[in-house]
Design a protein around this ligand. Structure first.
Ligand SMILES: [Zn+2]
Length: 97
């Protein structure tokens, strides 16, 4: 779970998910209200995980009967969403990309 780089507050899963759904790239610490950003390492890991999910859908999905493909794809994206708070780490600085 992410930890605020300013006040060392350990974010809960619920707090993290609420901040993920904000439109802005920054996240506000629920404890000290400091602006936090997704760390570059965390962004890279999440992009790689998204690529793995897409590759799985394109490869495994071709062997599934067509009615199961949307279900399989949805399950993978839900799984990715559920574990994202566990891989998210925060930074005080804006990401490079
Ligand atoms: Zn904080």
């Amino acid at each position: 779970m992410p930890v605020c780089k300013k006040c060392s507050h350990h974010w809960s899963w619920t707090e993290t998910v609420k901040e993920i759904f904000t439109i802005t790239k920054s996240m506000t610490c629920p404890s000290c209200k400091a602006i936090q950003y997704t760390s570059n390492k965390s962004r890279i890991v999440s992009y790689l995980m998204a690529i793995v999910v897409i590759v799985l859908i394109l490869t495994v999905g071709t062997f599934l009967p067509s009615p199961f493909l949307p279900v399989f794809s949805s399950l993978l994206f839900v799984l990715l969403f559920l574990i994202y708070p566990f891989i998210l780490s925060l930074s005080n600085e804006k990401p490079y990309f």
